[in-house]
Design a protein around this ligand. Structure first.
Ligand code: SF4
Length: 285
């Protein structure tokens, strides 16, 4: 849950997730739709699916016991080299180094050159304190997050300044990708508003697409002609795209197939992050 997200944004979801799935057995036997609903709002839904798949492997192939080496951890769905090394070193004291984006930056600056992929892992392993691998890895990640930041690293207070060949920013090796700007429009249609908050018309994303399959969202509509004004506008960013989202109080075209969802049930279904944001802004959830 915490990858690319702040603790403050995650902590309530974390407690609610543990309340719904207090054991690995409960998580493994849950329906995928329930797991996605509990994950709703955190984004990157592939992680929820992988977590669910990994729980099934742990229950069915490891008798419910969490694997405790990086090699075994890497065999679980959704666990790559970094995550396996982080869990093995921090939870089980295995002497194995991690390299994430922060560690990568620290290592490159200390070395004074743009170390290519495998050399980064070798450099991290060579520096690793094998007696306290978990603390060492967390210290490296923290150093990159707090002092050796992408812009204006705080070299004067850096504990490894004596070892560092760069003591500042390395020149960028490639130009930064610029954000694309896109405008999109959604229909927010509420019926039977007088009955317990009414029902909202939502559409389900196809199950066979790679991005957020099966999740619920508002119907997307064409830009409005004329001088009408949207109910509201909000901003939403996903990786390299900045969206300007305009939400209109209108009926979706009849060709759009969807479902009326009672407003009281909205928090129990897997909404996309943007749908959740819109419904919050409209004070529906
Ligand atoms: S001295 Fe500066 S550039 Fe080098 S590791 Fe420390 S903060 Fe980063």
């Amino acid at each position: 849950m915490l990858q690319q997200t702040r603790v403050a944004a995650v902590i309530d979801h974390y407690h609610e997730f543990l309340r719904r799935f207090p054991t690995i057995q409960k998580l493994a036997s849950a329906r995928e739709a329930s797991v996605l609903a509990a994950w709703s709002g955190l984004g990157y839904y592939r992680r929820a699916r992988m977590l669910h798949a990994a729980a099934k492997v742990i229950v069915h192939e490891h008798d419910g016991i969490f694997p405790n080496t990086a090699v075994m951890l890497r065999e679980l769905p959704g666990i790559g080299r970094y995550t396996a090394a982080a869990i093995a070193s921090i939870a089980y004291d295995e002497p194995i180094a991690v390299v994430d984006g922060n560690v990568e930056r620290v290592l490159r600056r200390i070395a004074g050159n743009a170390l290519p992929g495998e050399e980064l892992w070798c450099a991290a392993s060579n520096l690793l304190d094998a007696t306290r691998p978990g603390d060492f890895n967390q210290a490296m990640m923290e150093l990159g997050a707090v002092l050796c930041t992408p812009r204006a690293p705080q070299c004067l207070t850096c504990p490894v300044v004596e070892l560092c060949a760069t003591r500042g920013e390395l020149p960028p090796s490639e130009p930064q990708a610029s954000q694309k700007k896109v405008e999109i429009h959604y229909a927010l249609h509420i019926r039977n508003r007088e009955r317990r908050g009414g029902e909202i018309f939502l559409v389900q994303r196809p199950l066979d697409i790679s991005l957020m399959p099966g999740m619920w969202e508002l119907p997307e509509i064409a830009a409005s002609a004329g001088d009408a004004s949207p109910m509201f506008t909000l901003r939403h960013s996903i990786t390299v795209t900045d969206y300007t989202v305009r939400v209109w109080n209108r009926t979706a075209p009849s060709v759009i197939k969807g479902k009326w969802i009672p407003s009281g049930r909205l928090t129990g279904i897997a909404l996309t992050g943007l749908a959740r944001k819109i419904l919050r802004k409209a004070v529906i959830i």
